[in-house]
Design a binder for this molecule. Structure first.
Ligand code: NDP
Length: 389
């Protein structure tokens, strides 16, 4: 039986890896929607190749270009935020949520609300609105399947286990581009240097977030939200080789580790075929050749983002939405050369401090509207702070 699938963020790194997997078995899938941000050529080429029902661009100004690129193909072209949301409501069995940033929240939520299984790469959804995502999955019968390699690893280690017997969850971090840089050089790091990852081939934004550890900070919050474990049970360990993605520790002292090469097609393929395990085109590890794996504690001074994530987990409510939006804004400013690398965490902390003291903001009822409001205010504050350097 063919499965109807949609890929949000199809033109990005996760989207392209997803397409790599489904294109190997085209008869098994009917592609409903493919979406991109602004990359017309990639979106049109994939939509033609996979014979998608519809291709949607977030950038409305490129609609005519998309139409021209799809002319004669029979693929419907659309653009803009409303079209993106409409595409998420089209019936599908499995949807990949791989838009980067908070922009990925609503399409993923809408896909869950129409009962699809949602493969979730967009960690920002869980950081901003974890309870809404879980509730939508429960209410409409779709499964929420983690795609972040750490969360996929935890998910796999927990199969058949009782969550009440989990003592700790350890997620690993490569340490990113500046793991071994002298601390005093970090303030001068450029976006180009930060966007070079030692192990993973990912989109620009998540790669810079790996260097600052904001990525791991988001993943700490995602772990708490996804698995419903207390923040005190979640640890981060720096593991430069990126072979162990996460470990789950149980009451009896046992630690279950998920080991594999840094290739996102494992986690994507696992979510695509769940609960089955199908053959995937990923490298098989040669442990003898690997020889040794190393671990170290994360340095608070180098990566203040981790401390901020713990504060957000303690605070709860809409602080995740504020944290994420402030981070996205600070990252924009860093990429634009407006602020330095180490300034990003200072900006985020300042925004969190300012908005946490606004009555009724952080502890408002969690809805798409209150998330959007917190997101908007946090970006506004962050832009103002960044404008002063
Ligand atoms: P990329 O930057 O490579 O791709 C992002 C995708 O989102 C592209 O299709 C892009 O379109 C689209 N996009 C960007 N802005 C918007 C917008 N405002 N509205 C709609 N679409 C938009 O990111 P990644 O693939 O690296 O990451 C995607 C998500 O997966 C992120 O949440 C990331 O944290 C997560 N993730 C990524 C991993 C990885 O290995 N890359 C690992 C684990 C999680 P276009 O390019 O056409 O402009």
């Amino acid at each position: 039986m063919t499965r109807r699938i949609s890929i949000f963020g199809a033109t990005g790194s996760i989207g392209q890896n997803t397409i790599d997997l489904i294109a190997r078995d085209p008869d098994a899938y009917q592609v409903v929607a493919l979406t991109g941000g602004a990359n017309v050529a990639q979106l049109a080429a994939d939509a033609r190749r996979l014979n998608a029902d519809i291709a949607v661009l977030a950038d409305e100004t490129r609609l005519e270009d998309l139409r021209a690129a799809l002319a004669g193909s029979g693929v419907e072209a659309a653009a803009g935020r409303a079209a993106l949301i409409e595409a998420a409501t089209r019936p599908a069995d499995w949807v990949m949520s791989a838009i980067v940033g908070a922009a990925g929240l609503e399409p993923g939520l809408r896909a869950l609300q129409q009962g699809a299984d949602l493969a979730l790469a967009n960690k920002e959804s869980m950081v901003c609105a974890g309870p809404l995502m879980l509730q939508a999955a429960r209410a409409h019968g779709g499964r929420l399947l983690p795609v972040d390699s750490e969360h996929s690893a935890v998910f796999q280690a927990l199969i058949g286990e009782d969550l009440s017997e989990v003592e700790r969850i350890i997620i690993t971090a490569s340490g990113g581009a500046f793991r071994d840089w002298p601390l005093e050089d970090l303030a001068k790091a450029t976006p180009q240097q930060a966007a070079t990852h030692p192990n993973w081939d990912m989109g620009q934004r998540i790669t810079i977030d790996s260097a600052s550890m904001f990525n791991k900070a988001l993943e700490l919050i995602e772990t708490k939200e996804f698995f419903g474990v207390d923040a005190s049970k979640i640890e981060v360990v720096v593991h430069p080789e990126s072979m162990i993605h996460a470990l789950v520790g149980f009451n009896d002292g046992a630690l279950m580790a998920h080991v594999g090469p840094p290739d996102m097609r494992h986690a994507i393929g696992y979510a695509l075929h769940y609960p089955q395990r199908r053959t995937l085109p990923v490298e098989r590890l040669d442990l003898v050749r690997l020889g040794a794996l190393t671990f170290r504690a994360p340095c608070d001074q180098r990566w203040p983002a981790l401390r901020l994530a713990r504060e957000v987990m303690d605070q709860g409510g809409l602080s995740g939405a504020v944290f994420n939006a402030a981070k996205e804004s600070a990252l924009d400013a860093f990429i634009a050369g407006q602020i330095g690398f180490t300034r990003m965490s200072e900006v985020v902390e300042e925004v969190l401090n300012r908005l946490s003291s606004q009555p009724g903001l952080i502890d408002a009822e969690l809805t798409l509207d209150t998330v959007a409001n917190a997101d908007h205010l946090a970006r506004q504050e962050a832009r103002q702070i960044c404008a002063n350097g």
